[in-house]
Design a protein around this ligand. Structure first.
Ligand code: NOJ
Ligand code: CA
Length: 711
């Protein structure tokens, strides 16, 4: 042991010397961001590793313990010494296949700290720290070693001592479901929050003889990340999440019973209670703290993607962002049925009608749910058949019809949670769509996962979801996953994993308590930080008579348009029945709005209150700007200084009329046209739960003649 200590001293001295050449202050146990503002460091307290995070000298995370409890083995957290530390810096730029930005800078300082137990089995554990200008991250790595060839993790004991109370936006921990309305409370109030606000109602109604999945009722004071925080002085915004969730279980965060501003990692278990089962070498996902000085900074960050590996798909040219309509809302408002025990939605004829509409309106795809047999007994015990169409749906015929019109069919695999049944049919199911020429599939896991006790967010399902992504990539098919595990940036590695739900989406407004007007103004700062979301905006008939009077959409029509810009998805739905778009001038916005962007900026933002996002289209010089508000009417200035200097643009504004109101007059919108430049400001006069959607396109000479300067 003495020998080892002196080796350590020599190593540290050498390391300090080496770093002294770069900067006099470099500490071999920390990583500091390229701009010098953020630092993450590790220290051993009596042999137990702790990490801490500072921003401009302020403590963001006070020394917080690290480590693991293992099944059938001593804990892996105490009695460590440092054997080596190394540092590297990377500064590169990469090009996402699609996204909110066409190039992303990946600039970080990384520190690896190698630990070894001083006694007993002398197991080894590496800590990898990364400091970026927009946040810090760390992960554990088990290097290959004698005496530790497998892991059964009983608990990951990573803590986050957030030093002070913050304002927090969160959803309750739930091992199976993220479909909740976000709550705004003091961070310290999470501890005393009831775990369950109410269970996802359609799961509650499941009466198929199977026990419900473990309800979160027994886990109060626990939340699902991303967790968004605002510092007491509102000068700093933080988001706590994980990146690169691979072969591991999801992290939830449990408030400490004594110190409620300290959060504990709590991993989603396997049915036998073990959290993670793995062979060594292995590594955890990154534990990530995003840091920004304004809420929009959290949204503009690419930290999660940067923490993931580069694309494994060498030629992503087959991966195309798209807008789509679908045979979908009709089922949720009870106009159609998925199966044949009602008015069957997914008929050949109706699919063609949707394809005609899509072709006429420049929409790229048509989703068809309920095309395959098994829906009459959904969640009733019988299996879905993923290769057998209902007799009134001809897959080949509709795909060919769409091809003639330049419209893709988006396929659908609803598993109902019966993963073994899906896995046994997956090969054939993907072959069928591949051979038919279906480029995109929406998958679904609505219901408790089988076998019983397996959770949507546990390691077994994390691995299942990844198998599906890989199989889809082999077939050159892109995915939109419903009831997924939370996004953690893996779309950088697997760009065919395009969008996912994991959000209380539009469908709830059709059959449950409608989401409040603040919901879609909170999502950009919470769920959307994790990655693209299939929220399914674009409803024009906000009070469909098919639904009950208390089931409706609590926004104006203009807010629905603005959400197609604000709520980012590279596979973006216009969710209403196509007949509700016919004859509406506002459909022009849906025709023109793209799903792929070269630049994105948050122009103004107040979490849960209002937001303006400007995005530049990837395939043109046009900009699209969406502004939305919660239940308060407000007038906001939208300065256009992001536009190219010296260029005149036509502004095409879709907005609430002065009479519009989400409760009494949600449909009232108007369209304004006029010429603007980068020196101008557009006024966004928003109704309660209203919005404004703007297209800014370089003006032709004829347009400069035709239009007046915008008032
Ligand atoms: C729940 C999904 O979120 C929804 O989009 C889908 O229509 C149903 N499951 C049926 O698959
Ligand atoms: Ca869902």
């Amino acid at each position: 042991m003495m020998f080892r200590r002196s080796v350590l001293l020599v190593l540290s001295a050498a390391a300090v010397l080496a770093f002294a050449a770069c900067t006099a202050t470099t500490d071999p146990m920390t990583a500091t961001s390229p701009d010098g503002t953020l630092t993450i460091g590790v220290e051993l307290q009596d042999g137990r590793p702790h990490y801490h995070v500072e921003a401009d000298g302020d403590s963001l995370v006070a020394a917080s313990p690290l480590g693991f409890e293992l099944e059938e083995a001593p804990p892996l957290r105490d009695g460590f010494e440092v054997t080596e530390t190394t540092q590297r810096t990377l500064d590169t730029t990469w090009t996402p296949a699609w996204g909110t930005q066409d190039t992303v800078r990946n600039h970080f300082v990384e520190r690896t700290i190698r630990l070894r137990e001083t006694e007993g089995p002398e197991r080894r554990l590496d800590l990898v720290l990364r400091a970026y200008d927009d946040g810090v991250a760390f992960r554990y790595r088990w290097p290959e070693q004698n005496g530790l060839d497998s892991l059964r993790i009983a608990s990951e004991d990573t803590q986050f001592d957030l030093t002070t109370d913050h304002t927090a936006w969160w959803i309750p921990d739930d091992y199976d479901n993220y479909e909740w309305v976000y709550r705004e409370t003091p961070l310290s109030a999470i501890r005393d929050s009831a775990a369950a606000i109410s269970y996802n109602s359609y799961l509650e109604e499941v009466d198929d003889g199977r026990p419900e999945t473990t309800s979160k009722d027994d886990r109060p004071g626990t939340v699902n990340p991303p967790l968004t925080l605002r510092s007491p002085d509102a000068d700093r915004y933080l988001a706590l999440h994980e990146a690169a969730l691979t072969d591991y279980s999801s992290m939830t965060l449990r408030a400490d019973p004594e110190t409620p501003t300290t959060l504990h990692t709590s991993l989603v278990p396997w049915p036998d209670g073990v959290k993670v089962k793995a062979s060594v070498p292995h590594q955890t996902p990154w534990r990530v703290l995003q840091v920004a000085d304004r809420p929009g900074g959290l949204i503009e960050s690419h930290l999660l993607q940067n923490l993931n590996e580069p694309s494994k798909i060498e030629d992503p040219s087959w991966i195309e962002p798209m807008t789509y309509v679908g045979i979908w809302w009709g089922m949720h408002i009870d106009k159609y049925s998925w199966g044949r025990n009602g008015v069957h939605g997914a008929t050949t004829e109706r699919t063609k009608r949707y394809m005609d509409f899509a072709a006429e309106h420049d929409i790229d795809g048509v989703l068809v749910e309920g095309w395959n047999t098994g829906w009459e007994t959904w969640l009733g015990g019988d299996e879905f058949n993923f290769t057998e169409s209902y007799p009134d749906f001809d897959l080949q015929e509709v795909v060919e019809y769409g091809e003639e019109k330049g419209v893709a069919l988006i396929g659908h695999h609803e598993t109902g949670g019966d993963v073994p049944a899906y896995e046994s049919q997956m090969d054939a199911a993907f072959d069928l769509y591949d051979e038919a020429g279906v480029p995109a599939i929406k998958t679904g896991y609505a219901g408790p996962i089988r076998p019983e006790g397996v959770h949507h967010h546990g390691q077994q399902m994390v691995n299942h979801y990844r198998r599906v992504v890989k199989m889809a990539a082999e077939h050159e098919i892109v995915l939109n996953v419903h009831e997924p595990v939370m996004a953690t940036g893996i779309e950088r590695t697997w760009p065919n994993m395009m969008t996912r739900e994991g959000v209380r989406g539009m469908e709830y407004n059709a059959w449950d308590e409608p989401s409040p007007p603040s919901h879609d103004v909170t999502l950009p700062f919470t769920r959307m930080l994790a990655g693209p979301l299939d929220y399914t905006p674009g409803i024009f008939n906000l009070t469909p008579e098919e639904t009950m009077p208390d089931h409706r959409v609590l926004t104006t029509l203009s807010k629905q348009l603005a959400n197609m810009v604000v709520l980012y998805s590279p596979v973006q739905m216009a969710a209403d029945l196509v007949e509700n778009y016919e004859g509406e001038a506002a459909v022009e916005f849906i025709e023109r709005v793209p799903a792929d962007w070269s630049e994105s900026y948050v122009l103004q933002a107040r979490i849960g209150a209002s937001i303006t996002i400007a995005r530049r289209a990837r395939d043109s010089d046009a900009w699209y700007v969406g502004t939305t508000t919660n239940e308060e009417a407000r007038t906001l200035d939208v300065p256009l200084d992001f536009l190219d200097d010296g260029q005149t643009y036509v502004a095409h504004i879709f907005e609430d009329t002065p009479e519009a109101d989400y409760q009494d007059n949600p449909h009232a919108y108007r369209i304004r046209l006029g010429l603007v430049t980068a020196r101008d400001t557009i006024e966004a006069a928003l109704a309660r739960s209203g919005g404004q959607a703007v297209i800014l396109e370089p003006a032709t000479a004829a347009e400069r003649e035709e239009y007046d300067i915008l008032e």
